[in-house]
Design a binder for this molecule. Structure first.
Ligand SMILES: Nc1ncnc2c1ncn2[C@@H]1O[C@H](COP(=O)(O)OP(=O)(O)OP(=O)(O)O)[C@@H](O)[C@H]1O
Ligand SMILES: [Mg+2]
Length: 234
């Protein structure tokens, strides 16, 4: 059984429809990538899974229909969210920002802090640094770490490489791969960075103007003319 099943999902901002009948399955223990250009609906899709938008269609998580749940209920049920550009508290320290994520999982604070610090040792060295003074890469690590503090079974990550150097992109990719391999965590990543996504995800959906245009493995998609033209410029 898929851990997450999205069926015919539509999302609305007022009268404007940002998702048009999106369906996708996420198998447990996998990394799934969602690639698409600016405005494709990537953030809207993750927001909609979390219950942050107005939607029709169904979202099932771990067998249960979660379509009308609140974001807080979804976090408690095991969906962690690292949103685009982090939304950290800039005048609070690294550890304090991480602890904000621990609110629904207070019995596992020490265990989860250990996991985050093992994954991103720089955060352990700089626990007291205000996140507003950190580099973009370090802030991205705090954002991922904060989502991990919720003890998720499914982690949603929105554009983790945006604005980061190639070296830091590789570090983030390595951390996500390690997390998936060592803990079996299921991860959905949205990206415009196609190479990053293809190096990580077992299955990829291509989202364009609110619709799934193609899906398949990285190998399958690399052979598609549309992908070559629109994403690799050849
Ligand atoms: N709060 C909002 N109110 C109205 N329209 C919105 C809102 N958020 C997003 N949209 C619209 O929905 C569409 C999808 O936006 P979304 O942010 O999901 O795209 P995206 O794929 O995440 O893009 P990006 O790569 O730039 O982050 C766009 O046309 C956008 O203008
Ligand atoms: Mg976005």
């Amino acid at each position: 059984m898929a851990l997450l099943e999205v069926s015919n999902l539509e999302a609305f901002y007022g009268k404007a429809r940002a998702l048009h009948g999106v369906s996708m399955d996420v198998e447990p223990g996998t990394i799934v990538g969602i690639i698409g250009p600016n405005g494709a609906g990537k953030s809207t899709l993750l927001d909609s899974i979390m219950g942050m938008t107005t939607t029709t269609g169904t979202v099932r998580f771990d067998g249960a229909d979660i379509s009308s749940r609140t974001p807080a209920q979804n976090v408690k049920a095991g969906i962690g969210y690292a949103p685009e550009r982090g939304n950290l508290f800039p005048f609070m320290g690294v550890k304090e920002n991480l602890l904000v994520g621990a609110y629904t999982s207070r019995d596992k604070v020490d265990e989860n802090l250990r996991l985050v610090f093992d994954l991103f040792p720089v955060l352990e060295q700089r626990q007291a640094q205000e996140t507003g003074t950190q580099s973009g890469g370090e802030r991205q690590m705090v954002s991922l770490g904060r989502a991990l503090m919720t003890s998720p079974a499914l982690l949603l990550v929105d554009e983790p490489t945006i604005g980061l150097s190639p070296k830091v992109c590789l570090d983030i990719a390595a951390a996500l791969r390690r997390l998936n391999e060592q803990t079996g965590l299921t991860i959905i990543i949205t990206e415009q960075n196609v190479n990053f996504t293809m190096s990580l995800a077992q299955h990829i959906y291509v989202l364009e103007t609110g619709e799934i245009r193609l899906s398949g493995t990285a190998e399958e998609l690399k052979g598609e003319d549309h992908i070559k033209e629109a994403y690799f410029g050849s």
